[in-house]
Design a protein around this ligand. Sequence first.
Ligand SMILES: Cc1cc2nc3c(=O)[nH]c(=O)nc-3n(C[C@H](O)[C@H](O)[C@H](O)COP(=O)(O)O)c2cc1C
Length: 209
Amino acid sequence: MVLPLSVIPHAPREGEPANAIKQSAETLALLAQRRSSKVMHLAEPAPTSAELDALIELAGRVPDHGKLGPWRFVVFEGEARVRAGEALAQVIAGDEGVDEGRLAHTRALLQRAPACVMVVSSASPHKKVPEWEQQLSSGAACFALLLAAHAMGYGGCWLTEWPAYDARARAALGLAEHERIAGIVYLGTPTEGATERVRADVSSRISRF
Ligand SMILES: Cc1cc2nc3c(=O)[nH]c(=O)nc-3n(C[C@H](O)[C@H](O)[C@H](O)COP(=O)(O)O)c2cc1C
């Protein structure tokens, strides 16, 4: 079941009281137990356009040094996923060793899930805020989007894959030269449940200075 948009409270306006603390057992449980879906297990229904906008609004509330908003979100719904796949296929069409199978896979890349949100890091040199911190904020936005989608009742996964590392593909998806793909968050309704994966042993990665 998907929660209605009406359960999301209005974000406070600048200067209004905001929650420095918000006890939430459900948030802790979500963090303790959440899992990404496999992209091939994401089917209709996708979040509606209004739900996507609301989820992105939540994702945009991530910590952001300097209030720069060093990210932007590109939504691929419906036929836009076909156009994006075609643009990516054209990028590689002339490359050595690219056969019809690879082209077909590329055309279908964004059609694996019914909705996709590309989180673009628009980090740029700034006198006070290092680009690294701007990029970290984009990563946080990806995770916030995923968590918000889980909390609303959708499955999702955060992938980068080759388009993130191919300047031609980035340009084909509309990115400026200085921009990078922090992730494409694929969203939909899981057709299969998830099982837990192997996790990094966090306790061995904790030290006290
Ligand atoms: C920045 C980033 C990029 C990722 N890109 C890919 C990818 O291209 N392909 C992939 O199979 N998993 C990728 N993953 C991993 C999945 O998003 C996910 O972490 C993994 O499947 C385990 O999911 P879970 O721990 O959320 O359940 C990426 C993760 C991150 C943080």
